[in-house]
Design a protein around this ligand. Structure first.
Ligand SMILES: [Zn+2]
Length: 140
């Protein structure tokens, strides 16, 4: 069944909500045959919301929203979680706040010293042996 205004069309589908306790995720799932992959196969879809900030599915507000619905319907449901920012460029801060773990911010260069490498202060090259680099590079 579909209806809608002139600007927006609406299609109704039936979704089920699944709480995956081991994974601490909640999924919206439909097997609606009108929705398929690019080959006309695999009917339905699944959207997963997770409270783990390390997950690509991290979405605490929608996780809580679905948890409240599950609980209201008398189903097993997780406790609500703090709602933090989802932006990937803020994710390392959120992970540190929630887990205490320090992770490198997304999009930042790797710490070369962890690999035993060095950065030449003159030419900024990443080198295995800075002394040898300076010895063979006349400019450095
Ligand atoms: Zn150099």
């Amino acid at each position: 069944m579909s209806s809608g205004t002139s600007a927006f069309k609406r299609v109704e589908i039936t979704v089920e909500i699944f709480y995956d306790q081991p994974d601490q995720s909640i999924s919206l799932v439909t097997d609606d045959g009108r929705m398929t992959d690019e080959n006309g196969q695999r009917p339905g879809f699944r959207v997963t919301f997770n409270a783990n900030p390390k997950s690509a599915d991290y979405n605490p507000a929608n996780f809580n929203r679905l948890a409240r619905l599950l609980r209201a319907e008398g189903r097993p449901a997780p406790a609500e979680v703090p709602v933090k920012q989802r932006q990937l460029n803020r994710r390392s801060t959120v992970i540190a706040e929630l887990t205490g773990e320090q992770v490198r911010p997304t999009g930042q260069p790797a710490d070369t010293t962890l690999l035993g490498w060095a950065i030449c202060p003159t030419c900024t090259a990443v080198v295995v042996n800075l002394a040898k680099h300076k010895g063979v590079s006349a400019a450095c």
